[in-house]
Design a protein around this ligand. Structure first.
Ligand code: ADP
Ligand code: MG
Length: 329
């Protein structure tokens, strides 16, 4: 779009071309399956013949997905992390990314920090940035990721069966607790803030689960809402044992007891995986968890009856105050 280039050149210290060349056409991962990367009208990419191409996209908006004035490194990091989390949840191996960036101004320091955050994760998961778009406007970051998965092994939401054990990786509630602290004007517990701003996508777990799990989802809107997506897609329901939801030490130490379960069940942004496994296959999970360096916690069971029922360990019902995060609620 020549209009963009004109506007950017006129109003910004850096041209659109400069921005792309300096900050994005840099040595990240270099992959053999990229025939043509950044710089032409389109990227040319090779998908392995026996794999399906898995594609996911997410937009991050200021004040909606990150607090205004957030660190640019964290925005760059998280814009890729949330997408890799989606690939993990379907069991795909990440390969490429495209980035559409709308910026109020081309601030070199901001762009460098953003790119550092983005590429730190891209290198770690061998993802190559192969293209994108750069425009002037309100701060908005859209990342699309592409990966490969064996078509018959993808972790669909619809594969769960009554009797499956329900697991979650890592711990729940950290990100919601950090957001609560930051919004209250506190500095926030560093470990919790790290979990909010720099979630580690469970890519290796997702890949390994393609051989073990019936269904999986990443927890972006809260366990209750996300497990409900699996239940509905699989035409069944579940019981969750709320006293067993995994808590980090930092979360247990700083979360108001009254808010523990609401944050664990309905707080968003954890980016852990929730997955369903046939009980007969469950014995393999501890080895898999150890290999991935992540804990797996059994938190419930899939059942024929639709809906999600929350119970304490003594059998009594827990009634959640709300569902998960919904942009239009
Ligand atoms: P066009 O006008 O054909 O859309 P652009 O000037 O927008 O081309 O982009 C030039 C090249 O730079 C393209 O290969 C595009 O994919 C790449 N590109 C533009 N913005 C970004 C970005 N933010 N990150 C990565 N690549 C980008
Ligand atoms: Mg363009």
């Amino acid at each position: 779009l020549p209009a963009n280039g004109y506007l950017l050149a006129k109003l910004m210290p850096l041209s659109e071309f400069d921005v792309i060349e300096r900050y994005f056409n840099v040595a990240g991962a270099q992959r053999d399956d990229v025939v043509l990367g950044i710089g032409d009208d389109a990227a040319l990419l090779r998908v392995p013949a026996d794999r399906a191409l898995a594609v996911a996209i997410d937009t991050l908006l200021e004040d909606r997905h990150f607090l205004s004035g957030s660190d640019a490194f964290d925005i760059g990091y998280k814009s890729l992390a949330v997408n890799l989390s989606d690939l993990a949840a379907i069991g795909a191996e990440p390969a490429w990314a495209t980035l559409s960036l709308s910026l109020p101004s081309a601030d070199g320091h901001w762009l460098q920090a953003f790119a550092d955050g983005f590429f730190s994760l891209a290198r770690r998961f061998n993802v190559q940035l192969v293209g994108g778009d750069t425009t002037r406007g309100p701060l908005s970051v859209t990342v699309q990721v592409h990966g490969f998965v064996e078509p018959d092994r993808a972790l669909r939401r619809s594969g769960a069966q009554p009797g499956d054990k329900v697991y979650v990786t890592g711990s729940l509630g950290d990100a919601a607790c950090a957001l609560h602290q930051l919004q209250a004007g506190h500095a926030g517990d560093p470990l919790l803030v790290e979990r909010l701003n720099r979630p580690v996508p469970r890519v290796h777990v997702g890949r390994a689960l393609t051989r073990q799990a019936h269904a999986a989802i990443d927890i972006s809107d809260g366990l209750l809402a996300d497990l409900n997506h699996i239940a509905r897609a699989s035409r069944c329901g579940a019981t969750l044992w709320v006293d067993r939801l995994p808590r980090s030490t930092a979360f247990a130490a700083s979360c108001d007891p009254e808010w523990v379960l609401p944050m664990q069940l309905s707080g968003g942004d954890d980016y852990e995986l929730c997955f369903c496994v046939d009980p007969e296959r469950a014995e393999r999970l501890p080895a898999l968890a150890a290999e991935a360096g992540v804990t797996f916690t059994e938190v419930g069971v899939m059942e024929k009856k639709p809906g999600i029922r929350c119970r304490h360990d003594d059998g009594s019902i827990y009634s959640p105050r709300s569902g998960g995060f919904d942009h239009f609620a």
